[in-house]
Design a protein around this ligand. Structure first.
Ligand code: ATP
Ligand code: MG
Length: 393
């Protein structure tokens, strides 16, 4: 018997021509994720990925936990692998049932068999029944319960046979790098890291952009954004974080435009700067954490005014979600505790107490004529730092 990780990925996404690209990207992402655990071999065969190591002390459980975080994976099991010979399979199933009963205190079970290898002489139901009987004989105190068992002995008969007890759920989604690249506008709040994670889970590679207004916003705000990017790197490995200053443009808006419009001008400027960075970096979309109705700048009218400032596609994956659902994801992905730490943001520093909630585009464009938008974009690009954020950097 030897151990192996059995890794299942979403098959619906796989129909069609991009399957090999999808699989090789997934394998690359898995290898990168487990790299720090030592040498292992990751291979793909018949819609499954397998990870094995020649090192008998290889930490398979730790590897399974890491692999379950890789986007595109539905579930992972640490399996014991035996030759596809009935006696070997049965002995292994009995050993695992004994472990479930004696070490985990579980009593009711079922056996679930899948036979991909049609040269195996027994059909799946027959294997399940026979091995179930063998377990009952060999492990006193266990009982069969096919409806809601406390544990399941999974048997997958392929060229070799995999026997295991657990399926660790994965993140699902699609492998990172199979769905283009986007620029995440990251503010330091709860929403934007969740928005980035959701797009990354669909396979979109991320760079991030943060707008600062020093000295009104300080180092603590920047450090917070870096920490959030570092937390996202658990899923995406690496994020180039762009930080641009828009202090002078904000001061100018505050002086020449009606106060209730400031946030809209700022958001239009953000879009224009984002578009330039996207074009320079070969990124195909802008991603924000906007959510309909959440604040004044996120009414339908305000979003329309913001959208009009750019020709890039702007993706807002949180648009129709409730705050509680967003918070649940933030907790799950580990960004919530950092996001709720107090920080000053350019939105809070420069924004009116009563911003316009039903803005008219023509009026906003009219006041925008009072400033030189191109020069403002250039100001931002001239005050542009880039940080290469990695999980352990
Ligand atoms: P979040 O919870 O993500 O901070 P928010 O509730 O503060 O969002 P807004 O301030 O209206 O909401 O911002 C909406 C979106 O605009 C954010 O989710 C983010 O994508 C982007 N954004 C806001 N402020 C900044 C900033 N300083 N730098 C980069 N992007 C920003
Ligand atoms: Mg928000």
């Amino acid at each position: 018997m030897s151990r192996v990780l059995v890794i299942r990925y979403g098959e619906i996404a796989l129909k069609g021509l991009n399957r090999p690209q999808f699989e090789s990207r997934l394998i690359k992402n898995i290898r990168r994720k487990v790299n720090k655990l030592g040498i292992s071999k990751v291979t793909c065969s018949q819609s499954r990925v397998y990870l094995e190591s020649e090192d008998p002390r290889y930490p398979y459980d730790e590897a399974a936990r890491l692999v379950a975080e890789v986007f595109g994976i539905v579930s992972v099991s640490v399996a014991n692998m035996v030759p596809s010979v009935y006696e070997d399979v049965c002995a292994e199933a009995v050993a695992l049932a004994t472990e479930a009963h004696e070490k985990r205190g579980l009593n009711t079970f079922k056996v679930e068999t899948k036979r991909g290898n049609k040269s195996f002489p027994m059909q799946s139901p027959e294997v399940s029944v026979n091995i179930g009987g063998a377990i009952l004989d060999a492990v006193p105190g266990v009982e069969v319960d096919v409806i809601s068992p406390q544990f399941t002995v999974y048997i997958e008969i392929r060229e070799r046979t995999y026997v295991y007890l657990d399926k660790i759920p994965g993140q699902c989604g699609m492998p990172l790098g199979t769905n283009g690249r986007g620029l995440l506008l990251i503010s330091g709040g709860i929403d934007s890291p969740v928005a980035g994670w959701m797009m990354a889970r669909r396979g979109v590679e991320l760079e991030a952009l943060h707008f600062a207004t020093p000295p009104y916003t300080g180092d603590a705000a920047l450090e917070k954004v870096k920490s959030l990017c570092r937390l996202l790197c658990e899923y995406v490995d690496r994020i180039q974080l762009h930080v641009v200053s828009i202090t002078d443009p904000m001061v100018e808006f505050a002086q020449v435009c009606p106060e209730e419009e400031t946030i809209l001008h700022m958001r239009r400027l953000m879009m224009k700067v984002s578009e330039r960075i996207c074009r320079d970096r070969g990124l195909q979309s802008i991603i924000t954490g906007e959510n309909i109705g959440q604040v004044a700048s996120q009414t339908m009218e305000a979003i329309a005014v913001t959208d009009n400032a750019t020709e890039m596609p702007v993706f807002r994956p949180l648009i129709g979600m409730d705050k509680n659902d967003i918070i649940a994801i933030a907790r799950k992905i580990g960004t919530f505790e950092t996001s709720i730490q107090a920080h000053e943001d350019c939105c809070t520093v420069f924004v009116a107490k009563h911003p316009a909630t039903r803005p008219h585009l023509d009026r906003i464009l009219k006041s925008e004529e009072k400033v030189d938008m191109d020069a403002m974009v250039q100001y931002a690009l001239d005050h542009h730092d880039v940080y290469d954020i990695r999980v352990d950097a």
